[in-house]
Design a protein around this ligand. Structure first.
Ligand code: CMC
Length: 428
């Protein structure tokens, strides 16, 4: 017999079903609560609210566990590529060699961007943040690639998904080249997804880019670690906007906007800015830690803390190892890595951080890795966005096919003025 929870209100008791997930997580199903009791629930920031059932990603924040479709992220980072992990997330299983080849061919076929889109890039103010540009460009894709009426819905979704995965990477590199006033480098059919991106970013007629396999591996790992993280802010934005049944480009564009924020994907840029500030101030950590501990100061130690992880973020651990590996191979040392390590060491022993369960998250070391790869600071969050794309797409697809689908429409507790009459201007 299935378990229930009991809620007593005004002397009446209501039975609420308890739902159990495949990893034993339990939740009280309140989907009929308002109909049964006339009450709603209040949960700012959805701290206690599950918005859906999902079979994509499992996170255990207490034990520091992250799995995509059941496979530990550590195994994927060691053995997989970003393209294979993308296939896994979107299709629910690892591909055969033939399926992977087909998928790679499709990604290659869709990698060009409509030439007319260049005008968009070229007329953006040079000071524009690449995340703002990327979100509008992704939204604009619908205008350049409208729905083809002869195609079935499934075909249309598959093409849109492949276009997004392939073109967003091309557009990101293109925006960087145009921003620098350089000639755009087109995608090449003979390069893998990550190598192609590095080549589009760094190749130039005067200095041909030589593919560095270590950098390609590091970038694959970086993107695998970012590929999905269940119902985070940007993914919830994609699901929420998508629930109104807008086209996939518009839903992804909303996700990009949400990711831009410094509390979310923008944190990788903010971490490096903070480490730079510490470096420029002479390397003393205490003033920054003191500000982080001060409740009256809005300053936060960037790259620390997480809504779900109350232990070390498993992605952060892998990212730290990759940073050391990459930086070990590059003769140039990064003083920010040394500051980051010191900061981590001190913060992990600090009572404030211990009491608040604040550990380094994925963004703490990812910026240092991106610097080592030569990615400019204002492109850091774009790198996160490329990585998160498979997650957004698979979550959107899952919600699109969900039999329990409903347009997202939370309730509120109104606390404004009660009814009052309009006062004519002369009497105010
Ligand atoms: N530095 C100092 N204090 C912190 C920090 C921090 N980085 N993070 C949380 N706290 C404190 C916070 O002040 C609060 O203290 P108190 O209970 O005394 O008022 C307590 O810890 C709980 O914080 P919260 O804001 O209620 O926690 P949250 O789950 O709403 O926020 C977070 C999670 C990630 C937004 C937050 O930890 C934060 O702002 N971290 C810095 C930004 C960052 O690194 N973001 C990247 C997140 S991981 C990648 C991603 O998801 O995009």
């Amino acid at each position: 017999m299935s378990e229930t929870a009991r809620l007593t209100v005004d002397g009446k008791t209501f039975e609420l079903p308890i739902v159990v997930g495949s990893e034993g997580e339990r939740a009280i199903d309140i989907s009929r609560l308002r109909r049964q009791t006339g009450l709603v629930t209040l949960d700012p920031g959805f701290v206690n609210t599950a918005n859906c059932r999902s079979a994509i990603t499992f996170v255990d924040g207490e034990r520091g566990v992250l799995r995509y479709r059941g496979i530990p992220v550590e195994q994927l980072a060691e053995h997989s590529t970003f393209v294979e992990t993308t296939y896994l997330l979107i299709n629910g299983r690892l591909p055969t060699q033939e399926q992977l080849n087909q998928f790679s061919v499709l990604l290659n076929d869709h990698s060009m961007v409509h030439e007319d889109m260049r005008a968009f890039f070229e007329h953006y103010p040079r000071s524009a943040h690449p995340m703002g540009i990327l979100s509008s460009m992704v939204n604009a894709l619908r205008a350049f690639y409208p729905k083809i009426p002869e195609r079935s819905q499934e075909e249309e979704i598959n093409i849109t998904v492949t276009r997004l995965l392939s073109k967003v990477r091309t557009m990101a590199a293109m925006s960087y080249k145009i921003f620098r006033g350089h000639r755009v480098v087109l995608p090449r059919h003979d390069l893998t997804y990550a190598a192609n991106f590095l080549n589009m970013m760094f190749d130039s007629p005067v200095r041909p880019y030589i593919i560095d396999e270590e950098a390609v591996t590091a970038l694959n790992i970086f993107w695998i670690l970012h590929a999905d993280h269940e119902q985070n802010c940007s993914t919830s934005a994609v699901r929420l906007v998508g629930s109104a049944r807008v086209n996939l480009y518009a839903a992804i564009s909303a996700g990009i906007c949400a990711l831009w924020g410094p509390l979310h994907g923008g944190a990788n840029q903010a971490v490096v800015e903070m480490l730079n500030q510490i470096h420029e101030a002479g390397g003393d950590l205490e003033p920054f830690l003191a500000r982080a501990r001060d409740r009256n100061d809005p300053f936060r130690l960037m790259g620390f803390g997480h809504r779900v992880y109350k232990t070390y973020d498993p992605r952060g651990r892998i990212m730290k190892e990759v940073c050391h590996r990459i930086l070990g191979k590059i003769t140039r040392k990064d003083p920010l890595l040394e500051i980051a390590q010191r900061l981590e060491e001190v913060a992990l022993k600090d009572p404030y951080f211990i009491d608040h369960n604040l550990y380094p998250n994925i963004d703490f070391y990812s910026g240092i890795l991106l610097r080592a790869l030569g990615i400019p600071l204002n492109m850091f969050t774009v790198m996160f966005a490329i990585g998160r794309l498979p997650g957004w797409i698979s979550q959107w697809k899952e919600s699109f096919e969900d039999p329990d689908w409903k347009i997202s429409r939370p309730r509120q507790i109104y606390v404004g003025p009660q009814k009052q009459d309009y006062v004519p201007m002369k009497d105010r």
